[in-house]
Design a protein around this ligand. Structure first.
Ligand SMILES: [Zn+2]
Ligand SMILES: [Zn+2]
Ligand SMILES: [Zn+2]
Length: 149
């Protein structure tokens, strides 16, 4: 898929910008998530890695560590109660706020834009009433997608 290779390029550029070395492990783990559009657990990722990159060593600890780093620079998001990982679909997007809609039935995750004028009042409220300062640019809502409703 053209979009996938484009995304991989942007992701690699972001890794470089963060001062990372571009290792095979990082590239292969990102590619696995990119090819699968549904959220994956660390175990899912490990299973796919074993299949595609048989012979290359990989373990859960390494996956956790790399997934944490991916999250740090916004390459992926952690969604749902199981804390599965999904690639950010808006890597090159300047829009300020993103909402991830996670389907409880089929497990699909879609990342969508939410207008700032809708979301700002919520953050203002949380800041004023709860004295909590939000630092997220995305969050996840669980529910049912159109085909599962
Ligand atoms: Zn995103
Ligand atoms: Zn976007
Ligand atoms: Zn669904």
């Amino acid at each position: 898929m053209a979009r996938d290779s484009e995304n991989l390029e942007i992701a690699v550029a972001k890794m470089r910008k963060a001062g990372w070395r571009i290792t095979e492990q990082r590239k292969s783990l990102y590619s696995i998530l990119l090819e699968k559009s549904e959220p994956m657990s660390s175990k899912d990722i490990l299973a796919v890695h074993k299949k595609i990159y048989s012979g290359k060593s990989m373990d859960l600890v390494t996956i956790y560590r790399i997934m944490d780093k991916f999250q740090e620079i916004g390459l992926i998001h952690k969604v749902g109660q199981g804390g599965k990982y999904v690639v950010c679909e808006h890597l090159d997007c300047k829009s300020s706020f993103h909402l991830i809609e996670l389907c409880k039935s089929c497990g699909s995750a879609e990342e969508k834009h939410v207008p700032t004028k809708l979301i700002s009042p919520l953050f203002d409220y949380v800041n004023k009433k709860h004295k909590f300062l939000s630092a997220s640019h995305s969050f996840c809502i669980e529910g049912y997608c159109l085909s599962c409703q």
